[in-house]
Design a protein around this ligand. Structure first.
Ligand code: PLP
Length: 347
């Protein structure tokens, strides 16, 4: 058994499954005994870590992450999409784990350094260099179950990724789960692996029982998000998504879509969505998921309260594709970045 991936130079990100190919450089900072995070100031070779078996993160979930992308621009340069927003969200998640929050400027520097060190592995659009900042509680103490880890490792590595929809944009089948919540009410906003572990069972069960790709969590009839993406309704006039609260992840793609929708003249509504509205909307509107990995993914079918409900004609709708293009055009520098979402980097 090996935990090493294939050499990145030899591999084709458009052929490899998303997230299986890695850049060969990583930036690392360490925090000991509540002191500041210390970063050497440059990227290191990406190598396996050695962890004590009693490491806090392995037992008590003191770990979280971010996911953002650097895009090759039309002029050949590189830029990171919405760096500030991702850094802000990381700080919120770390604080929610009651761990020591790394300095915002340090996190930005380490993300940029990791992106620049791996820049040569960035595929052309629609591919990108996916960046994965990760934080681990490193305290060696299995008695520390009820205390936050007093030491941590923060690192950023890169994964060259191709087109999420290599075989074309395939509309998703979504099972609407009205009983089991995705996570706990107080942890919905945290970008932590624990939330994924909780969503896994319902997602696999729904796949086996209903043939769905994803689960839309709507406990008590309150439509929130899927296991890893935010949920939208759109028609020719309006864009609707759930209003922000602590119950779900506040996607950066979500906020980008809302801003672009307003730019394009859609009426933007952030509010609760009921199951009845979902059913009614499907007869004439469109629905999609949003997230950094897939950007915008059309929903073709809903498995809702025992019924199979086609969304529109079951194919990706024109408004969904329009929003998707508006967003990807900004990401690759093909449209004016009027919101200043891009951070240019070297490489
Ligand atoms: C990361 C994530 C999203 C999408 O957020 P983006 O910032 O748009 O990538 C949505 N839901 C969950 C649970 C997530 O972890």
């Amino acid at each position: 058994m090996t935990s090493q991936s294939s050499p990145v130079e030899a591999a084709d990100p458009f052929a490899a499954p998303f997230g299986t190919l890695f850049g060969d450089k990583i930036t690392i900072a360490r925090m000991e005994a509540g002191d500041d995070y210390r970063y050497s100031g440059s990227a290191e070779p990406m190598e396996n870590f050695s962890l004590h078996p009693a490491t806090h993160a392995l037992h008590y979930g003191s770990t979280c992450f971010e996911g953002l992308k650097a895009f090759r621009q039309d002029d050949g340069s590189l830029a990171i999409f919405r760096l500030d927003e991702h850094v802000r969200r990381l700080a919120k998640t770390v604080a929610q784990l009651y761990m020591s929050v790394p300095d915002v400027e340090l996190v930005k520097t380490m993300i940029i350094d990791a992106a620049e060190a791996n820049a040569s592995h960035t595929p052309d659009a629609p591919g990108s260099l996916y960046l994965r900042p990760t934080l681990l509680g490193m305290q060696v103490n299995i008695g520390a179950a009820a205390t936050p880890s007093n030491s941590a490792l923060f690192y950023v590595f890169a994964s060259p990724v191709g087109d999420y929809f290599a075989g074309g944009v395939r509309p998703l089948t979504i099972y609407v789960e009205t009983n089991t919540p995705r996570t706990t009410p107080q942890f919905g906003r945290a970008k932590a692996g624990a939330n994924y572990a909780m969503a896994l069972g319902p997602t696999l069960d729904a796949k086996a029982t209903h043939g769905s790709d994803q689960v839309l969590f709507a406990s008590g009839g309150d439509v929130t998000e899927t296991g890893a993406a935010n949920f939208f309704l759109v028609d020719n006039d309006r864009v609707i998504t759930r209003e922000l609260d602590d119950s779900f992840l506040h996607g950066v793609t979500r906020s980008s879509v809302l801003a672009l929708a307003a730019d394009l003249g859609y009426e933007v509504e952030e509010r609760r969505i009921s199951l009845d509205e979902l059913r009614e909307w499907a007869t004439r509107g469109e629905a999609f998921l949003s997230g950094t990995a897939a950007i915008i993914a059309p929903v073709g079918t809903l498995k809702l309260e025992g019924d199979t409900v086609l969304v529109g004609d079951g194919k990706p709708g024109p408004n969904t594709l329009r929003l998707r293009e508006a967003l990807t055009d900004i990401q690759v520098g093909a449209a004016v970045d009027s919101h200043r979402w891009l951070t240019p980097i070297a490489g």
